[in-house]
Design a protein around this ligand. Structure first.
Ligand SMILES: [Zn+2]
Length: 369
């Protein structure tokens, strides 16, 4: 068995309170997944993530393939073991990073050729290779190799990108069916294995999105993601694309919107029936001194906080808000201290994870009432 998904409660608006049973962890949904690009959620240790209630984190295939290499990680038993993370994990396909970090990439029907952003060396990803790397990394959930359509994109460009994404989804599925059971931890976890999600693309064209969703559903993936959003489009368009695609996806499978969003966005999408989301925003913003709080955004670098003895967010009970003041966080940032990024990130993640915890509770009670 790969995954089991159970819907525990459902609202009239389509919101779902569910449980996603993965080999390493039963994940309560809707869930926010912190991003651990290079085998680390930047600046935060694994035991702290556990304490914050992170149930599932992301690893980035592109980065881990280049350094330290998927073969090395595979020989050491997979990414869970390498980074000592016992809970659930998802890896992306590498596609998005190839597109966002490589101006010189070359895309053909076969795959993508690119140069390493680390040393300029030549590499290529095909659907088969991406799946092979993801099997070696050994996350609970793998993603089909896709091409992310940039924004804005002409219709012809979006159509071509969609054609590739659908062909690559089919090849990803076939390769995964043939090799997906080779994951290193299979024996240790009672014969359970990885899952594979398909990714709906189609740019900002509703009919292309619908077409892609329908074809992917025919291919029968373990779950479905909506990709290519939050790439610079206005927020109403993001919402429109999600609303267009969600009703076409099978109700009994998990639905994941990739790369979103601001706190109010993840709350809104969760209430619409999105089960999983990930975003670098809480971690990246934290390192730049931007805190998300119940009172709005706090730029901790601002002089107004120089002697502010209040916690970063008076209504937050995370370990940072329980112990430290805005003045101290501002000082750490001004002084360029490493602890600055750590404390800011812990608060922002607690805030994001807390939103999902609250939404889960509300989805349950609203159904009951
Ligand atoms: Zn806090």
């Amino acid at each position: 068995m790969s995954l089991a998904f159970e819907i525990l409660a459902e609202t009239a608006a389509g919101g779902r309170r569910g449980r996603l049973d993965l080999p390493h962890q039963a994940v309560e949904t809707p869930v926010f997944m912190p991003v651990g690009t290079q085998g680390t959620v930047k600046a935060v240790a694994q035991d702290v993530l556990e304490g914050l209630g992170a149930q599932i984190i992301l690893g980035n295939t592109y980065h881990l393939y280049l350094r330290p290499g998927h073969e090395a990680i595979g020989r050491m038993g997979g990414l869970h073991k390498f980074m000592s993370w016992r809970r659930a994990m998802l890896t992306d396909s590498g596609g998005f990073q190839v597109f966002s970090l490589n101006a010189l990439r070359k895309v053909t029907d076969e795959g993508v050729q690119f140069r390493s952003h680390l040393d300029g060396s030549s590499h290529s990803f095909t659907p088969e290779h991406s799946i092979g790397v993801q099997v070696a990394l050994g996350a609970d959930i793998c993603m089909a190799f896709d091409e992310c359509t940039e924004y804005p994109a002409e219709r012809a460009r979006a159509e071509e990108s969609l054609r590739l994404t659908m062909a690559w989804a089919r090849r990803s599925r076939e390769h995964f069916r043939a090799h997906g059971e080779n994951v290193a931890w299979r024996e240790g976890l009672g014969g359970r294995t990885q899952s594979l999600f398909g990714i709906v693309q189609g740019g900002m064209y509703a009919d292309l999105r619908r077409q892609c969703a329908e074809r992917l559903v025919e291919m029968d993936f373990d779950g479905y993601a909506i990709g290519g959003l939050s790439v610079g489009e206005p927020r109403e368009l993001t919402l429109e694309m999600i609303a267009e695609v969600l009703p076409l996806l099978p109700k009994d499978k998990p639905r994941y919107v990739m790369g979103v969003g601001y706190p109010d966005e993840i709350e809104q999408y969760a209430r619409m029936g999105v089960d999983m989301m990930d975003c670098v925003l809480p971690t990246r913003a934290a390192r730049h001194g931007l805190l998300f709080t119940s009172e709005g955004r706090v730029n901790i670098k601002n002089k107004q906080y120089a002697e502010d003895q209040n916690p970063p967010d008076p209504r937050c009970d995370c370990p940072v808000c329980r112990r430290y003041s805005r003045a101290y966080l501002r000082h750490l940032m001004q002084a360029g201290e490493a602890l600055s990024g750590t404390l800011n990130t812990i608060h922002n993640l607690a805030y994001y994870l807390g939103i999902m915890e609250r939404v889960r509770g509300e989805l349950e009670s609203r159904t009951n009432g």
